[in-house]
Design a protein around this ligand. Sequence first.
Ligand code: AMP
Ligand code: MG
Length: 405
Amino acid sequence: MLSAHRALESILSSVTVGEAEVVHLQHAHGRILAEEIIAGEDIPPFDNSGMDGFALRAEDIAQAPTLLRLVGEVSAGNVLSRRVGQGEAVGITTGGQIPPGADAIIQIEWTESVDGTSVRVMRSIPPGHNIRRAGEDIHRGEKIFEKGRRLRAAELGVLASLGRTQVQVYRVPHVAVLATGNELVEIDQAPQQVKIRNSNSSTLLALLQETNSLPVDLGIAGDDRTKLREKIIKGLELDALITAGGVSVGSYDFVQEVLRDLGVEIRFWKVNIKPGMPLLFGVYKEKPPKGPVKPVFGLPGNPVSAFVTFTKFVRPALRKMMGENSSEKELSLEARLEHEIKTTDGKRHFMRGVLESRGGVLTVRTTGSQASNLLTSLAKANCLVIVPETVSLLRKGDLVKVELL
Ligand code: AMP
Ligand code: MG
């Protein structure tokens, strides 16, 4: 059976980066940069004080304590053109421009005011002390960010300080989510007898939001070729389609058949993983061809399988489509197992785990039963524990790979 590694390779080689668009900085949070950012100016733009205190000449206070004449004041945002001469000091606040002649700032805590006309400096400081130099943070002409960087709060702050009101980012893919199954009812319905509520759509729509793509809820299709077809046609109009359920070998599993009928080219079905083995992946080319091929993910219906296959296969594809630089991968961690794990099927297992720091050491335990219908096993977890295909026994205390959820 296809390995998880090969399956992901197949997916990533099928999807392409979307187009770029210009957005206002206020709408850029979570988006991926589609341009390099070169600094147009120095940050900070001028030498300024890192402390509230007094600007002075360091050589004047080589012997401390020393009394200096107070000859003026400069606060942040104001200018003082008067020179600071020998034996003089100027009051200054954090961010205030260093007045000419001064070469150091003594913090206010190391001084005493004398009659409001002089200041007694209690300690000596070297030249440059508490001075924040122009360009210390960012040099004009410096490359600050590469294409493919996700814009978090910190990146937005940098762009704002450079006066970038607009920024080029990649388009957000619109992704359709379709739940399948005759047993499903909407979540505001009381399920009668043999029905259950559709939980997968809520989970998948939220996962899409977390990935910063745009989720489109197609609701529920029963296990009915005609209804599936109608909904899938709508889904294929968007940038990507995710279905949940109906891809196993049951007599009502029609998703694959309908996808084929509609011209979706199936790239693989079934992956050597647990949970999520029946995962299906295909691509759809519009006829006549319009844009890039559209990925279609047929996730298994069991809630844990749908969640895990989204995380391991759909999310990386969306990240590539959104232009996210693959070098910015998730942190992969190792933790000490709190108990033994045995597997017997030669599959790659993604177990739900609870990762903790105990006395500075990361430890992990699984959330109990790993059955793929147990939604709460997922809700208890904060990580996936990876058990590779080639491993059948992990002992208590072994180091295992974990991925944060
Ligand atoms: P399937 O993949 O269609 O064979 O479904 C496998 C299991 O997942 C069955 O027990 C389904 O009832 C359940 N299931 C499928 N879709 C959903 C859904 N949207 N919400 C909750 N459970 C589901
Ligand atoms: Mg089903």
